[in-house]
Write a protein that binds this ligand. Structure first.
Ligand SMILES: Nc1ncnc2c1ncn2[C@@H]1O[C@H](COP(=O)(O)OP(=O)(O)OP(=O)(O)O)[C@@H](O)[C@H]1O
Ligand SMILES: [Mg+2]
Length: 222
């Protein structure tokens, strides 16, 4: 269960603090899938980064199954993030010198005793249709293929929470539909909690829970 209570975030800007989020609350249960929409600059990525423990909130609390990750010491927080949270970045952030298989395996290299990790990584790559590209480098993949690798990498540790920042932002309609279907299917299989940020009304319509972030506040719209 993810519980977010009264999150506020202010960044230090050149002319003083910039308020980005105010009193944001939400909760999700395992298997829930939610989408967040909102204008550019409204704080969607900031919220996702806070939920992903990559950025800390100025006020409020985040709890994943009762644990506030920001209470953890830096090393324990890094381990927690690696194990419990899958993050798909808008620009996928694959390691350019590593193959498809190596990229998907990266989260399993630290603190993972799962002997089946390699088989699981291969199964995920197969699921996203990239077995014929197993040894390709990111530069040898299309944009949609890179997004699918990023998705497999985010899922390889079977995270409780999967966060995706505009995962279909750079894709054509057919590839976006394909990535969205995979995302929802894999999330359902693993009973993960899923939050996707998007500007796409088509993508948003496929999610049972919808939020909008405007004027620093998060509102449920569906
Ligand atoms: N490190 C930072 N320091 C200062 N201000 C920041 C910082 N990061 C983001 N901001 C500001 O916070 C606001 C929200 O940014 P954020 O990236 O969360 O928006 P967004 O909703 O994801 O926008 P987009 O749809 O364009 O991706 C913006 O006005 C931005 O300028
Ligand atoms: Mg953003």
């Amino acid at each position: 269960m993810l519980t977010v209570t009264g999150i506020g975030k202010a960044y230090e800007g050149p002319q003083g603090p910039v308020d980005v989020l105010s009193d944001v609350s939400l909760s999700l249960s395992p298997g829930d899938a939610a989408v967040i929409m909102g204008p550019s600059g409204s704080g969607k990525s900031t919220l996702l980064y806070i939920l992903g423990t990559l950025e800390s909130p100025t006020t409020g609390a985040v709890r994943l199954d009762g644990q506030d990750p920001f209470d953890l010491a830096p090393k324990a927080l890094a381990a927690f993030r690696n194990k419990e949270i899958g993050f798909v970045f808008q620009d996928h952030c694959l390691l350019p010198q590593c193959s498809v298989l190596e990229n998907v395996m990266v989260p399993t290299l630290v603190g993972c005793s799962d002997a089946g990790a390699l088989a699981h990584a291969r199964a995920l790559i197969d699921h996203v249709g990239l077995t014929p590209r197993l040894d390709h480098l990111p530069a040898q993949l299309s944009g949609g293929e890179k997004q699918r690798v990023a998705l497999a990498r985010a899922l390889v540790r079977r995270p409780r929470l999967l966060l995706c920042d505009e995962p279909t932002g750079n894709l054509d309609r057919a590839s976006a539909d394909n990535v969205a279907s995979l995302l929802l299917e894999l999330q359902e299989q693993q009973s993960a909690m899923l939050i996707v940020v998007t500007h796409s009304a088509d993508l948003a319509a496929r999610f049972p829970v919808r939020f909008e972030l405007t004027d620093r506040r998060l509102q449920r719209i569906g």
